[in-house]
Write a protein that binds this ligand. Structure first.
Ligand code: ADP
Length: 448
């Protein structure tokens, strides 16, 4: 049975059930109809015989029949026999040829020729020793013929019903299982063509298949995201690590050949150290980025006092006046992941210091406005030209790569900032003009 499709199995099962039901119904109908017709005939026979009985009397040795006595009534023939069983009155039905002994009070079925007869006898005593027999006869209803006909009709109709049941149930099952085919087709297309962009996309519905397709689509989406992030990570890591690795390799080769004094070696070691630090920072930034994109590091949103969080990050980093000026409310609560929020703050403020003027200022402000929570980091540095403003959010994009100091600056900071904003359901904006500094603003839904 496992080799047949579920549709076929359902169709076969329903058809068999239907046939079984039809047969049971037929047997039931036949037995009921035979019982009912026989019972009705018996009642008719018995009623007629009993209604005739009181109408018969013998007066002075003569048989007298009362008013209303009928020899043939409701299909019942009435015969009167003498004690010696010779017919005194009445007419034996033409088809009845059987020799049936008399027996008072019980209904018997007697076959005669092609028919069957129901017979009921009554012994009617006249004196102590004398009497006569009253015999009532009724041709038994031909239920055999009826049942035969019923059977014939049933046998002719059954194949039709079977075909209808099989076709109908197969058709319904096929329609019901159609979404499953599309789920299977999409899943195997994804598998065979490794095309993770495919979706089942069933029309919206509330049945089990729609929910299953929806779940699969979400799964495919997650798989695609995770696959893309992994691909990106591998490509980025191999591309970005190539430069520091070749610098380290070159420095080692040079040192082996030409470094003679301890000072020269010390210088090479410092350079290797700087490159290694850059590599490790790059790897951790890439990992953070990948986790955020993959969703493997889900944001743990908790009610947090952002003013207090910003103050504590500033304390840890030793940021303060005159270089950093804060404009914070006493308290401002929002649901954020404090780790991710701190990382966003660090990236923005470090950039503001890095790309600001050496003796300049950085302004950090937090407020609630127009249903949003706004965190702004402003500097009075060189600013960013309008055509660069969209690009700075891209991975590895740097306006001036030579400016990025060797310890960091891989062009990932702002991509991470934007991703963190998205994870919180917010977004970033940038206002800047060359020579007039830049303002990076985080917009978070206020949640009020
Ligand atoms: P990086 O690691 O180079 O700082 P980011 O993604 O943080 O990478 O920034 C991308 C580029 O955007 C930087 O290289 C820099 O050119 C520009 N940038 C970022 N912040 C500022 C700023 N406050 N002022 C001017 N330019 C900035």
């Amino acid at each position: 049975m496992r080799y047949f499709s579920v549709k076929t199995r359902i169709a076969v099962w329903l058809t068999l059930l239907m046939v079984l039901l039809a047969l049971l119904l037929l047997v039931f109908m036949l037995s009921i109809s035979s019982t009912v017709t026989t019972r009705t005939a018996m009642t008719q026979l018995s009623d007629t015989a009993r209604s005739n009985l009181p109408l018969i009397s013998i007066t002075d040795g003569n048989l007298e029949l009362g008013e209303g006595f009928l020899f043939y009534q409701n299909g019942v023939s009435t015969l009167i026999y003498s004690q010696s069983e010779s017919l005194l009155a009445g007419q034996i039905p033409v088809g009845f040829t059987a020799e049936e002994p008399f027996e008072s009070g019980t209904i018997r079925t007697v076959p005669s020729g092609d028919s069957r007869y129901l017979i009921l006898d009554f012994w009617v005593p006249v004196s102590w020793e004398q009497g006569f027999w009253l015999r009532s006869l009724l041709e038994a209803p031909e239920y055999r013929q009826t049942s035969h006909n019923l059977l014939l009709v049933a046998l002719a109709a059954l194949p039709l019903f079977m075909a209808l049941a099989a076709f109908g149930s197969y058709w319904i099952a096929r329609r019901a299982f159609r979404p499953l085919n599309s789920i299977t087709a999409t899943a195997s297309a994804i598998n065979e063509a490794s095309d993770l962009t495919r979706r089942i996309a069933l029309p919206p519905g509330r049945d089990e298949f729609s929910r299953l397709a929806d779940t699969f689509d979400k799964l495919f989406e997650r798989l695609e995201r995770s696959f893309e992030a992994e691909k990106q990570f591998t490509a980025d890591a191999s591309h970005e690590l190539r430069t520091p690795v070749s610098i380290i390799k070159g420095a080692c080769e040079y040192a082996e050949k030409y470094d003679e004094t301890p000072e020269q070696r010390q210088e090479t070691i410092s350079m290797i150290h700087r490159q290694a630090t850059k590599m490790s920072r790059l790897i951790s930034q890439l990992l953070n980025m990948t986790r955020l994109e993959q969703g493997t590091e889900p944001a743990r949103l908790e009610d947090t006092d952002l003013s207090e969080l910003i103050r504590s990050v500033c304390r840890e980093q030793n940021w303060g006046p005159p270089s950093l000026l804060l404009d914070l409310p006493e308290e401002l609560h929002a649901r954020v992941d404090s780790g991710l929020f701190s990382r966003l703050l660090l990236n923005l403020v470090e950039n503001a210091f890095k790309y600001g003027t050496p003796q300049g200022h950085v302004w950090l402000s937090l407020c609630r406005r127009d249903g949003e929570i706004l965190l702004s980091v402003r500097d009075d540095g060189a600013g960013i030209s309008p055509e660069q403003q969209e690009k700075v959010w891209q991975r590895f994009y740097q306006v001036d790569p030579s400016r990025s100091d060797e310890e960091g600056g891989a062009g990932l900071g702002l991509s991470i900032v934007r991703q963190i904003a998205r994870v919180h359901g917010g977004h970033m904006t940038l206002e800047s003009a060359p020579g007039q500094g830049s303002t990076f603003t985080l917009h978070l839904p206020s949640g009020e």
